[in-house]
Ligand binder design. Structure first.
Ligand code: ZN
Length: 153
């Protein structure tokens, strides 16, 4: 019976190559590529000089092919992409403008409604932590009651 290995890439059971000590991959092209990829990943993580060489090569490659030039060329040849982006950005800007409506509750700007024992007001809050008032109901909107322990204005 010939000794076999189970390829860790494709899972195939194949006869072991007697020339290899720790064979983990079969000879299929995809599995050989996977083995190479795995080796490169390990070398990149562990070997400083390998990583430096790799990064240097990458920097040279990027210098020869500036990203902004590619982007500019792409935008010139794809006007529908440019228009879509423009529209989406307009939508985002409008959304942002709406979100910039008063977020922080300022006690000074509230017109409080005093009653016999408590003072209350209905306000809208974005975040609970921005509110120095006691929140009674809800998260986005609710009835707040001035806390007794805070100074009055
Ligand atoms: Zn395989």
């Amino acid at each position: 019976m010939t000794p076999t290995i189970t390829c860790i890439s494709c899972g195939a059971v194949v006869p072991r190559n007697p020339r290899l000590k720790k064979q983990k991959y079969c000879s299929a092209k995809a599995c050989q590529k996977a083995m190479r990829r795995s080796w490169k990943k390990k070398a990149y993580a562990k070997n400083k000089s390998y990583r430096k060489k790799h990064l240097d090569r990458q920097a040279i490659w990027r210098e020869q092919r500036p990203a902004h030039a590619y982007q500019q060329q792409y935008r010139e040849s794809h006007p529908e992409y440019v228009n879509r982006n423009r529209e989406l950005q307009r939508t985002r800007n409008k959304k942002r403008q709406r979100a910039q409506a008063p977020m922080i509750v300022n006690g000074n700007s509230l017109s409080l409604q005093p009653s016999s024992d408590v003072t209350y007001a209905v306000i809208q809050v974005k975040k609970l932590k921005d509110c120095k008032w006691e929140l009674v109901h809800g998260y986005n909107a609710g009835i707040i009651r001035a806390r007794e322990d805070l100074p009055h204005y």
